[in-house]
Write a protein that binds this ligand. Sequence first.
Ligand code: 5AD
Ligand code: SF4
Length: 438
Amino acid sequence: MQKYYKIITFGCQMNVHESEKLAGTLERLGYKSTEDDEKADVVVFNTCCVREAAENKALGNIGKFKPIKKQKKDLIIAVCGCMAQQEKKAQEIYTKYPFVNIIFGTHNSYKFEEYLTDVLNKKIKRVYQIVKEEPCLPLEVESYRTSGVNAWVNIMYGCNNFCTYCIVPYVRGREKSRPMEEIVAECKALIAAGYKEITLLGQNVNSYGKTFNNGKDNFAELLEEIDKIDGEYVIKFLTSHPKDLSEKVVKAIANSKHISHMIHLPVQCGSDRLLRLMNRNYTVEKYLNTIDMIKKYIPDVNLSTDIIVGFPTETDEDFEDTLTLLKKVQYNTVFGFIYSKRSGTPAAKMDGQVPMAVKRERVNKLLALQREIEKVKLTRFLGQTIKVLLTERKEGKVFGKTDCGINVIVENVKEFKVDFVNVKINQIKNTKLIGEIV
Ligand code: 5AD
Ligand code: SF4
């Protein structure tokens, strides 16, 4: 009889791709994917802990499976990922949710197959495996890809930066880069298989290579090597730390055939005092110089950023500085987050925590300003013809995106096919461009 699995993913693109690896294991074991809670024989929660809300959402969702498990005794429930990597949280899951069969963290997720078969073969009743990181790269597990035209490729794991608000370095361990030949070979195979977009993943892609290259980063070289692969495709990457984004990398993007003119450069805030408290290792002036350098080489760059509002001691003036920075840079997209206290991080112990009501008000103000900036920015596309990658047809509408990641709705498409087309932009609606194929 056909067996089914459901994977519920929280958090960032890194986790989305990690879930594709878990799916790869399940598909290899003969399972098929389902969205239906009641139909699944294996349910996996791949969790996030970057903000408290993500943890609470995951815990609430796991709780919902208690009655289902009562009905279906041999249902297997697994919890893994960043939240589970925290020993205290893992213990809490183990004791509060006795119906969860398998708990494991980020460092041993490649062992999912072993844990699952042990439980299936009734060798072990419950698996609890939270381990310390090993000094080597994790074994690569083959993915079952689910993200349409885009394929994710890990280029490195972990983070060495220890921004004072962030829990990632504690749950993902130290930076480890994959060998360049291995990454280039993976990209080649994906392009040959028909993927039109590849997104390179790392917590800080700009320090790619440092861990095996005598302390020298060589992200620019990696981009140049991938760019040499024949075919029609776009390469994107996430995430860049402003302190490490070099002129060499920007030049490599500017001179490339396939690398997207989209750069996500999280600034976090516009106040030097807070940047210091956050341990970000740059000033507003230095960040703006980097932005100027990028705009010099890539005039049509599409910039996006992450902002945290309500970091401990943030004053109205600090927040105004952040708004000023947004006006200066003119991002295409801003991801605004309310600061969330993460236990074990230095910022959690800082005095001057900002009340929730103030944080909410600030994030709303930030996003409202950004909406205005975005609307004005998009008007430059009106009447222009631009290259668009058609990505999907949904509810009668065809969606696509430009090389630099701007969303486009394409009207009057007769035959939909994932492909690059030229689109004339006629309208702008809620930060989406609308046009027709020419
Ligand atoms: N609270 C709120 N946002 C956070 N981020 C990281 N840690 C926290 C936290 N404790 C945000 C940062 C980062 C993004 C992925 O998540 O802006 O760039
Ligand atoms: Fe967290 Fe900073 Fe590392 Fe990004 S660079 S993952 S914000 S510690």
